[in-house]
Design a protein around this ligand. Structure first.
Ligand code: NAD
Length: 485
């Protein structure tokens, strides 16, 4: 019998499901059991061509609609997504392994927020009038044209919506390639947009690995590439896009600092560290994986952290009581276990976890290392799993310098009751998305993105509009033209 997660076909182009079984089969494995639940096929060159030419053709008419009309469709899509939240959350859990407890509140809901927010903004995208005596200049905010979105595997619905909603609000068309690890959810986003009244071809989904992503990025018809992925992939995609002088948004990896001062509320700081390391089993780009704790509260913090981490419920992700799911794949599990071994070898003190959980699926126990030093591998490299490194510090000046000593700059957080210090520290940290007495909140109203190797551009908020549109300026002369001859 076909599994309920099996999509009707691999791709969604020009308003309908499309299949080409000549493409490499991609198995979809449910991370909680290791069972194959679906198969899709990577896009062949013919499918890539069909998606790009369809999107290119659909874009002009879409951009000619009023912002109010485009916005209405996006907001209708938001409503459909919210109505279908339960089924979409179950699919997200099949796609990623993340527990239903999370997916019910963080995935289709967040995607719907993006559709609603950018739907609301679509009608207000205007230019300016710049008076110059009798003459004037006016500006127009125009669509870029054909945009490519490429996703990572941790938030397949959210990533498709965070890219698709602002792109469409601005009058662009999009071809979206989900991660080959989680190919299912973006197809639903495409289906919902059509149901909401989007013209066929403005949002298309094609499957495939990096090769298909590469074919999309290098196509001369493409005006913009928005990638969510790792830094090495980001460097390749950015370089390929530069070749064609395309616009880019790069949402890449991190190794973000979370700084906890002696005066912090311990339970809130522990809560922040848990949210910033163990949500989605640690598979979150903005995670605060270097937890700097001031020496005065270190042991108290570790004791409370170990106690609360012990309350994590590992189990069937479809059981809403389960609060901690598996790694997305066996491969990712092995990478993370490799980092845990490195942590042990390099002398970090294991506080809790530290091994694969004794159950089916790719579960790793939530793991905390203390006495981590700046040079250890687990303090330098992005692990993308449930491994928290706790480092000690004495002074503010010292911790800021150490926190900034990394190639990454996605996020940063600080816990303290001293608000002057909180703002000063955040002001000195090299990061794009920051938190004071909180961690990992990502409302659509707030800009999201990194500095340094963690990326360029911003998603969400009005900032995303700037990255999916361009300004045309028009000089209007009222009098005669003066010329030298
Ligand atoms: P990845 O870099 O391996 O792959 C990301 C996507 O890029 C996939 O769809 C992949 O098929 C595609 N790709 C790979 N090579 C390509 C190429 N040469 N040309 C075009 N496309 C190519 O990342 P992943 O393992 O799927 O995801 C984990 C990474 O994503 C982590 O580093 C994480 O921090 C990052 N991430 C960042 C954010 C953010 O918003 N900053 C969010 C989630 C994940």
């Amino acid at each position: 019998m076909t599994h309920p997660a099996q999509p009707k076909a691999s791709h969604f182009i020009n308003g309908e499901y499309v299949e080409d079984t000549a493409g490499t089969p991609i198995p979809v494995i449910y991370a909680a059991t290791g069972e194959q639940i679906a198969t899709v096929h990577a896009a062949t060159p013919a499918i890539v061509e069909q998606a790009l030419s369809t999107a290119k053709a659909a874009q002009k008419a879409w951009a000619k609609m009023t912002g109010t009309e485009r916005g209405r469709i996006l907001r209708r899509a938001a409503d459909i997504m919210r109505e279908g939240n339960h089924d979409l959350s179950v699919l997200e859990t099949y796609d990623t392994g993340k527990p239903l407890q999370e997916t019910l509140v963080a995935d289709a809901t967040s995607g719907a927020d993006a559709l609603e927010y950018f739907g609301g903004l679509a009608a207000s995208l205007t230019g300016e009038h710049i008076p110059l005596g009798e003459d004037w200049v006016y500006t127009k905010r125009e669509a870029l044209g054909l945009c490519v979105g490429i996703g990572a595997w941790n938030y397949p619905t959210q990533i498709a919506c965070w890219k698709g909603a602002p792109a469409l609000a601005c009058g662009n068309a999009m071809v979206f390639k989900p991660s080959e690890t989680t190919p299912l959810c973006a197809l639903k986003v495409a289906e919902i947009l059509i149901e909401a009244g989007a013209p066929a071809g403005v949002f298309n989904v094609v499957q495939g690995m990096g090769e298909v992503g590469g074919a999309l990025v290098t196509d001369p018809r493409v005006d913009k590439v928005s990638l969510t992925g790792s830094v090495p992939t980001g460097k390749k995609v950015y370089a390929a896009a530069a070749e064609g002088m395309k616009h880019v948004t790069m949402e890449l990896g991190g190794k973000s600092p979370l700084i906890i001062f002696d005066d912090a509320d311990i339970d809130n700081a522990v809560g922040g560290a848990i949210n910033g390391n163990f949500y989605s089993s640690g598979q979150v780009c903005s995670n605060g994986t270097r937890v700097f704790v001031q020496k005065g509260i270190k042991e108290k913090f570790l004791a409370r952290l170990a106690e609360r981490t012990g309350n994590a419920i590992l189990g069937d992700p479809m059981d809403e009581a389960t609060s901690f799911g598996p790694m997305v794949t066996e491969n990712q599990m092995n990478i993370v276990l490799g980092y845990i071994e490195k942590g042990k070898e390099e002398g970090a003190r294991l506080i809790c976890g530290g091994k694969r959980a004794d159950m089916d699926g790719y579960f790793i126990e939530p793991t905390v290392f203390a006495d981590v030093t700046d040079d250890m591998t687990i303090a330098r490299e992005e692990i993308f799993g449930p491994v928290m490194s706790v480092l000690d510090f004495d002074t503010e000046e010292e911790v800021v310098a150490r926190a900034n000593d990394t190639e990454f700059g996605l996020s940063a957080g600080v816990f303290t009751k001293d608000f002057t210090r909180a703002h000063r520290v955040i002001g000195n940290l090299e990061a794009g998305s920051c938190f004071i007495n909180s961690y990992n909140d990502a409302p659509v109203e707030a800009p999201f993105g990194g500095v340094k190797a963690s990326g360029v551009g911003r998603e969400n908020s009005k900032e995303a509009i700037k990255h999916f549109s361009q300004v045309k300026s028009v000089y209007v002369r009222m009098g005669d033209v003066e010329a030298a001859f």
